[in-house]
Design a protein around this ligand. Structure first.
Ligand code: NI
Length: 184
């Protein structure tokens, strides 16, 4: 078991589209075990390989007592009304904002055993699948915020980078830094 270092906002690996895994090897199975340990330790409910500095198309997830890994995932369908729910990211600590995500997401990819895998998520699992697949394309949840929230989030991130104390925001607003949202 190893806890890997989670890369944070500003690290270029987070913006790089990750490369596909050609053949699932021992190194990937080992990485996936470490990613699951790292996700649980953080704690979070999803983690993509670029977040631990590995630019390969792999993510892990955990939801309602079930956990898994997907290699080379593709979102094959999105359905249902977009739902606005608070979202956070292990690579952007302390920042939570509502993001609109499809209610149902279906993913195809490869499992740890090298076999084809088909996974459908509803509700929060659908959100996790969309958030983690985004990571593999270099997309962060900040990119999906409303222009106003995005402006505010970026200015808070710049203040954090300068070492300024967290700004207080009205408690009914997202982005108040409270750790009540789940982090992906
Ligand atoms: Ni994330």
């Amino acid at each position: 078991m190893a806890i890997l270092r989670i890369r944070t906002w500003g690290d270029p690996v987070l913006r790089q589209p990750a490369r596909p895994v050609e053949r699932v090897a021992r190194v990937h199975r080992r990485l996936i075990e470490d990613m699951i340990d790292t996700m649980r330790h953080a704690p979070g409910v999803g983690l993509a390989a670029p977040q631990v500095g590995v630019s390969e198309r792999i993510f892990v997830w955990e939801h309602e007592g079930e956990a898994g890994a997907v290699i080379n995932p593709t979102v094959v369908s999105l359905a249902g009304e977009p739902i606005d729910d608070e979202e956070g990211c292990l690579s952007i600590p302390g920042i939570f904002y509502p993001v609109a995500r499809s209610e149902v997401a279906r993913i195809e990819g490869t499992g740890v055993d090298g076999r084809p895998l088909d996974l459908e998520g509803k509700g929060f699992l659908a959100r996790i699948l969309q958030h983690e697949t985004d990571h593999l394309d270099g997309v962060l949840f900040l990119d999906r915020l409303s222009p106003e929230d995005r402006r505010e989030a970026l200015s808070r991130l710049r203040e954090q980078a300068l070492g300024l104390p967290p700004r207080s925001v009205a408690p009914d607003r997202g982005g108040n830094g409270a750790m009540d949202g789940e982090t992906l």
